[in-house]
Design a protein. Structure first.
Length: 121
């Protein structure tokens, strides 16, 4: 189990109840072990962060990024966050919201390929 800040528990619940359109669409494809039988969690607290999706069996975090992530400040915050998560042995896959909304099948195929590579290590 990854370390997390228990003070984020309510915020995590709130985020699950108010997911973005991209997060909702991707969740419909990740939930109930639909991809390679792997369990994903949504809006999961890890350290002092709440990650969009987390698959513990392959140590994968998936983030759906909106426009705020592509500002100078957003890119720097994401870089620091990704480094902190990497120190826990987690890989972070960042997806653009527009790609998720417009090309969900391509996104899911990209996730499957990544997962298969991790499982075959």
């Amino acid at each position: 189990m990854q370390p997390y800040n228990k003070n984020l528990k309510q915020a995590s619940r709130d985020l699950r109840n108010n997911m973005t359109d991209a997060e909702q669409l991707l969740w419909q494809r990740l939930r109930r072990k639909q991809i390679l039988g792997l369990q994903f969690y949504r809006q999961k607290p890890i350290l002092n962060f709440i990650v969009d999706f987390y698959c513990p069996s392959v140590s994968l975090v998936i983030e759906c990024d909106g426009g705020q992530h592509y500002t100078v400040e957003g890119l720097e915050a994401d870089r620091a966050r990704d480094q902190a998560l990497a120190q826990l042995g987690l890989n972070v896959l960042r997806l653009d919201n527009g790609q998720v909304l417009g090309e969900i099948d391509v996104v899911v195929e990209q996730i499957i390929i990544l997962l298969e590579n991790e499982l075959n290590r």
